[in-house]
Design a protein around this ligand. Structure first.
Ligand code: NAP
Length: 401
């Protein structure tokens, strides 16, 4: 029996962010045109490097096929074809499905796909798409960095009215900027982490918040960076915004009051950590789990949520605010401050109730990893081994851009 498990991308859910193509190590295995991102069945080796980084889950689609769908067919799709029934082929449907799933399991082994924390609640994903977006109403748009500073960061509250948009801390959503691009096509969806907890920005209201920094339009001309952030930062109360999602099924908060949560972020990367901290604040201090935040910004006046953070008790949140542009010769990054808390972090690294989350600038990733490595060296611990365990157990999550 000739059949295969074909890897496909769901055109309805894909936001065309190019992450899959960037992460694919085989040239040509993933390609795109103006319409769709597609997988070349002749080249894909199931290494799964593309699966975890995909922000929407569009990449994680599979079909059992006798003949793989061609690139030409995939480019024409508006939606994925239905799963093929095997009852009319040799062998039973179950046997064939099982064999196909074994191929997939082998491919998954060693793929580096990081699971969600074991106790995380089950997220809802992909409820609203670009073809059928939710329509949220802006309930508020507040600057959360000091006026007059270069960093214009906004706390934007969106109300979903009677539309269902359930989220968990750590999830993201997509914003569709109005209008069309130079080719007359709708603008690509932009992703933002949700900065409010699951019960809403205002408890038990069907709303949520985002943390958005204004980027000068045209600063990175070729990518048209800044188009969406300016649209978002200029939103007025009562405006309607088209939203897709929710997205994200692994960067999630452990649902366990005994879990230690260590959060490392720069700038607007704080968004998911505001959600997690607020969740714990609302639940009250009920367990033994520590909540620790390392947060880097240029200065206190450019650190999003500086005021509200000052009001949180040390018992609820152990916070290290780190500034890179205060005074001459005193540049400090999050990874530098980690070294000053080395013994606390070493203790947490050894504790199987600890979860580590990194969110923010891409550049911080190496710095944070190096600091973990150094802390482990100083404490006779093996970072590579610990890192592998943390990843396998869904206790180390990185979301950087
Ligand atoms: P930013 O203001 O440019 O930088 C924040 C701080 O990080 C500054 O103090 C900066 O220092 C420092 N920094 C620069 N390079 C670093 C490095 N290699 N290691 C450690 N710290 C470093 O940050 P931002 O513009 O808010 O950007 C934050 C990032 O988070 C963006 O890439 C954004 O896409 C991403 N993000 C946003 C969200 C969201 O929902 N809003 C969610 C997830 C991630 P200096 O500049 O002084 O050197």
């Amino acid at each position: 029996m000739v059949f295969m498990r074909q890897h496909l991308i769901d055109p309805e859910v894909c936001i065309r962010c190019n992450t899959c193509e960037e992460n694919c190590p085989i040239e040509g295995a993933i390609e795109h045109n103006d319409d769709n991102y597609v997988v070349n069945a002749a080249l894909c080796e199931y290494c799964m490097n593309c699966i975890a980084p995909c922000p929407t889950g569009a990449i994680n689609n599979w079909r059992n096929v006798r003949q793989p769908y061609s690139l030409e067919q995939q480019y024409l799709w508006d939606e994925l074809p239905a799963s093929i029934e095997w009852a009319d082929t040799e062998g039973t449907t179950e046997a064939l499905e099982e064999e196909a799933n074994q191929i997939l399991d082998v491919a998954h082994q060693g793929s580096g796909v990081v699971p969600a924390p074991a106790t995380a609640a089950r997220p809802q994903i992909n409820l609203w798409s670009q073809g059928s977006p939710a329509k949220a109403i802006v309930a508020g748009n507040y600057r959360i960095t000091e006026a007059g500073t270069e960093s214009d960061v906004r706390h934007i509250i969106l109300d979903f009215g009677s539309q269902s948009f359930p989220v968990l801390e750590g999830q993201s959503l997509g914003v569709i900027p109005p209008g069309v691009d130079d080719n007359g096509k709708p603008h690509a969806v932009r992703l933002y982490s949700i900065s409010s907890p699951r019960d809403g920005e205002r408890p038990n209201y069907n709303n949520l918040s985002l943390t958005v920094k204004r980027i000068a339009y045209g600063e990175h001309d070729e990518t048209k960076k800044g188009l969406a952030s300016n649209y978002m930062c200029d939103l007025q109360k009562g405006d309607e915004v088209e939203i897709t999602g929710p997205f994200g099924s692994t960067f999630l908060m452990p649902n366990d009051a005994a879990a230690h949560i260590v959060m490392l972020c720069t700038g607007t990367g704080v968004a998911p950590f505001r959600a997690m901290t607020e969740r714990r604040r609302r639940m009250g201090i009920v367990g033994s789990g520590k909540t620790m935040l390392f947060f880097g910004a240029r200065s206190a006046s450019e650190l999003p949520y500086f005021g509200p953070l000052q009001k949180l008790s040390g018992e609820l949140l152990d916070q290290e605010l780190v500034y890179s542009r205060v005074g001459a010769g005193t540049k400090e990054y999050v990874q530098d401050r980690m070294l000053k808390r080395a013994s606390d972090l070493a203790e947490l690294l050894e504790d199987e109730d600890s979860h580590f989350f990194v969110c923010g600038l891409k550049g911080m990733e190496t710095g944070v990893e190096n600091s973990f490595k150094q802390i482990c060296l100083e404490h006779n611990m093996d970072w590579d081994k610990i890192r592998t365990t943390l990843l396998a157990e869904g206790r180390y999550h990185i979301e950087t851009y």
